[in-house]
Design a protein around this ligand. Structure first.
Ligand code: 5GP
Length: 134
């Protein structure tokens, strides 16, 4: 059975995609802890990030950098926090989260709610910045 993220890659379920290439995909987290909270995944379905081969892992971080630069331009913040948890979805993913303070990385706080139009507007803005940089 494919992971939910593989199903997003294959467009079997929808997502607010912000960047994609042959090997990686970035899309908004559906239960964000900050505006612009984005997940970046390798298209290869591997559960644990440190089971990725060297090239896929290093490429993932370079792809994250491109997406983070775009998020920075859309969401005012001090920087983009980076974290890997992976306890919920068994498909390696990096969380990119606009932050100003350490508590902005607190996953136990209430999630933000956005309408579909708001999610799409955020994704489109980030996508535009990614495309401008390419
Ligand atoms: P983790 O595995 O890192 O503990 O958490 C998984 C993250 O994926 C959570 O932040 C959760 O909100 C997000 N997530 C889970 N299912 C979906 C989904 O179907 N679509 C999107 N966009 N995000 C999801």
């Amino acid at each position: 059975m494919s992971s939910i993220f593989t199903r997003i890659i294959n467009s079997e379920i929808p997502a607010y995609k912000v960047a994609e290439d042959e090997h990686y995909l970035a899309f908004l987290d559906i239960n964000p802890i900050a505006k612009g909270h984005t997940l970046v995944i390798p298209k290869t379905e591997v559960d644990y990030i440190f089971d990725l081969d060297h090239d896929t892992l290093s490429g993932l971080m370079v792809f994250c950098k491109k997406v983070a630069r775009a998020i920075e331009q859309v969401v005012p913040c001090d920087r983009i926090g980076v974290t890997v948890i992976g306890l919920e979805v068994p498909h390696a993913h990096v969380h990119l989260i606009p932050i100003d303070h350490i508590h902005d990385m607190d996953f136990s706080k209430p999630k933000l709610g956005f309408s579909p139009d708001e999610f799409e507007a955020i994704a489109a803005s980030i996508r535009d910045r990614v495309n401008q940089a390419s």
